[in-house]
Design a protein around this ligand. Structure first.
Ligand code: S6P
Ligand code: ZN
Length: 206
């Protein structure tokens, strides 16, 4: 029994309700939207020449993140909606930069529109789960994660994570995430560095 806590640190946000617009890919109230165009994604795709050419041509929007105004601070639970446009760079499907959390906090994704793939890597093992509306993807502690649009329409998902997680983008930028996702006649292929297919995750193993 600890009773109520009156610490100032626990009083940054008052209770509120947010509204998800799955079609528009927004959540309200919202903080400033983050947008990632081809010009912002230097080095992300295997075909850097194609990425640079696309950036110089029409500089398409690849993805955007609309977040509620909850700070990324310990004890808070921020959430946001990411929308990845359909498209590819040299056959590699549009994706997020991807990151690993600074502290090994887990995260939950809820698919809201379209079809996507949640790619995961723990430094040794690589896995992925198929995402669609109402599918909940679980990111276990310590696993780097990246999202990919594998469909013909925008892929959207709600992300909910501990505010103390922190976001490390450098590790993936330098070491990769164990696989790349490309267009294929059957839809998409998830291939490791040797070109071998990476099997999908097979469910919880508590
Ligand atoms: C945050 C969560 C997502 C991503 C978003 C964009 O922990 O995983 O909200 O930030 O999907 O991806 P990225 O890799 O550019 O942050
Ligand atoms: Zn994350």
């Amino acid at each position: 029994m600890h009773g109520y806590r009156s610490d100032k640190i626990l009083d940054r946000v008052v209770p509120f309700a947010a509204r998800l617009d799955p079609v528009g890919g927004t959540v309200t109230p919202q903080a400033p939207t983050q947008q990632r165009h081809l010009a912002d994604l230097d080095g992300l795709f295997a075909d850097e020449t194609a990425r640079a050419a696309g950036a110089a041509a029409d500089n398409r929007l690849v993805y955007r993140v609309v977040a509620v105004p909850i700070p990324d601070e310990r004890y808070e639970v921020p959430f946001s909606v990411t929308t990845i446009e359909p498209g590819d760079v040299g056959g590699e499907l549009f994706m997020t930069k991807g990151h690993v959390h600074d502290t090994p906090e887990g995260e939950i994704y809820l698919g809201t529109t379209g079809t996507g793939l949640l790619l995961l890597h723990d430094g040794t093992r690589t896995s992925w789960v198929a995402m669609a509306p109402n599918v909940i993807g679980y990111i276990p502690p310590g696993w780097a994660h990246r999202s990919v649009n594998v469909g013909d329409e925008p892929y959207g998902f709600l992300a909910v994570y501990p505010g103390a997680a922190g976001h490390d983008y450098d590790t993936i930028a330098q070491e990769g995430i164990g696989a790349r996702v490309t267009k294929s006649p059957g839809g998409f292929a998830v291939l490791d560095a040797e070109g071998h297919p990476v099997p999908a995750g097979d469910g919880p193993r508590p």
